[in-house]
Design a binder for this molecule. Structure first.
Ligand code: 2HG
Ligand code: ZN
Length: 464
């Protein structure tokens, strides 16, 4: 069964006029922002619709569905897997003007928002009520709540709060045919049969466009403390042992546990304390937060580590953000070297770093491979393996497919996932079978066929 675009046609000049009657803001000029990805690719978007209401979203979708035009769902465009990359000529629906913070119930901590709202703006509004979002990520200044929900975003506090989908109380979603599904429950506890909203969370805009959401938001902890430490030795006896100690000593106050390997640390530059990353093996960032002081917990944790371990602690905003900046700078520095092959995978923790070592052994001596770095949310078993290619060389498809095969075969053997938090988009589509059995893929296609029979929503992405 085919779920992909079977009857889609290219956008015509007459579509502009017709769409303008349905949505007040339709753009065909100056749309580069919608056609380019942050690492250089361009997408074949011809028209951008910027609706201000769910009715406009519904009308535009109805039109595209009955005319057989593909639609790209557009949030903050910060994705890493080509989710906004339209191959054929398409209409983009951008949620940027549907960005209102609608309501907050301070006693339950449930916030109601339109999904074009930027994550950081939501965090600022919540902070007034001593609340925060149950997830956070480096792209907070540009990513939207809709994009976060569509990809079931992971990020840096997953270790504390678990998956975003567990905190979603309700959503409003518009289907390909324009039907609006009101799944906006007000109760977090709701066992009225099948929880339909969950199929829209993480399906990357392929089943419907999420226009509104109710999210359960935890308290913003007044006390926070961050330690950045440098560890020498092998991954298991250093990083994993330190993770174990952090869980034992910091307990329920542990809110992040991130690692960067020596190659990555060397690229970012000297650790803020002046520790030399070259000899450090691994840099680990640990964050504790709570409603009472957590400094003693961080101190206690550091005391449990071997004497040879060097570390620096930040407890005021400026020093904490300096330490976080060190971690968040790594993907930016990697991108500046040249094209990156990005693998965002989850693995059992003991198997996680063996992959980086294996890939290094196999590919590091090639002249076109510039740098191989392993880092990520190790507390969640989530590795970001980034391979920077030397821009002096032409891209080599056989190297890329060979490497991708090595990585994903290993992930599959270990029972991991080929996408821990970034989603599938266009880039991981062909690799889906490494993580999903054929029968599961067939039922997923059947679901897509039922909700979007003409295959207009994000064609060629996420669902094989
Ligand atoms: C991070 O954790 C992001 O920094 C980006 O998920 C990872 O660029 C990457 O590979
Ligand atoms: Zn990440």
């Amino acid at each position: 069964m085919q779920a992909g675009p079977c009857i889609l046609r290219a956008v015509r000049p007459s579509d502009f006029k017709n769409l303008s009657a349905l949505c007040a803001d339709i753009k065909v000029r100056d749309i580069e922002r919608y056609t380019s990805e942050w690492f250089g690719r361009t997408s074949n978007i011809k028209v951008v619709a910027r609706p201000r209401s769910v009715h406009e979203v519904s009308d535009v979708l109805k039109y595209c569905n009955s005319s057989g035009i593909g639609v790209t769902v557009f949030g903050g465009n910060t994705g890493l897997v080509g989710g906004t990359m339209a191959e054929r000529s398409e209409v983009a629906i951008s949620t940027e003007f549907m960005n209102r913070f609608l309501e907050i119930d301070v006693s339950s901590g449930i916030a109601t928002v339109e999904t074009g709202l930027i994550l950081q703006n939501l965090q600022e509004r919540l902070a007034i009520h001593h609340l925060t979002t149950p997830y956070d990520l480096g792209a907070r200044g540009s990513c939207t709540i809709g994009g976060n929900l569509a990809t079931n975003a992971g990020g840096i506090n997953f270790i504390r709060h678990g998956p975003l989908r567990a905190h979603v109380v309700g959503i409003e979603a518009v289907l390909a045919n324009g039907d609006v599904l009101d799944l906006m429950s007000k109760s977090r506890k709701d066992n009225c049969g099948i929880d339909l909203k969950q199929i829209f969370i993480g399906s990357e805009g392929t089943l419907g466009i999420i226009t509104k959401a109710r999210i359960h938001c935890p308290s913003l902890h007044q006390y926070r403390s961050v330690a950045l430490i440098s560890l020498k030795g092998d991954f298991t006896s250093t990083v994993l042992e330190t993770l174990k100690k952090a869980k034992e000593t910091i307990g329920e106050s542990l809110s992040a546990f991130e690692f960067i390997d020596g190659e990555g640390a060397e690229l970012v530059g000297p650790l803020p304390s002046g520790m030399d990353p070259k000899y450090s093996g691994f840099a680990v960032l640990v964050e504790a937060s709570g409603s009472a002081s957590v400094s003693d917990k961080i101190e206690n944790f550091l005391e449990q580590l071997p004497d040879s371990v060097e570390g620096v602690v930040g407890s005021d905003l400026e020093s904490m953000s300096k330490l976080w900046h060190y971690r968040e700078l790594l993907p930016v520095k990697m991108a500046s070297l040249g094209h990156n092959l990005k693998y965002d995978i989850s693995l059992p923790q003991r198997e996680l770093y063996k992959l980086v070592e294996g890939i290094r052994l196999r590919y590091a001596n090639r002249p076109d491979v510039l740098k191989i770095v392993g880092y990520g949310h190790v507390g969640d078993g989530n590795l970001h393996l980034n391979v920077a290619l030397d821009p002096q060389f032409e891209r080599n498809p056989s190297l890329e497919s060979d490497m991708s095969h090595s990585v994903y075969s290993y992930v599959s053997e270990c029972g991991g996932s080929i996408s821990a938090e970034h989603g599938i988009g266009r880039d991981k589509l062909e690799q889906l079978f490494f993580s999903k059995p054929t029968v599961v893929l067939e039922y997923t296609r059947a679901l897509k066929k039922m909700l979007d029979p003409n295959g207009i929503l994000n064609p060629g992405r996420t669902i094989l």
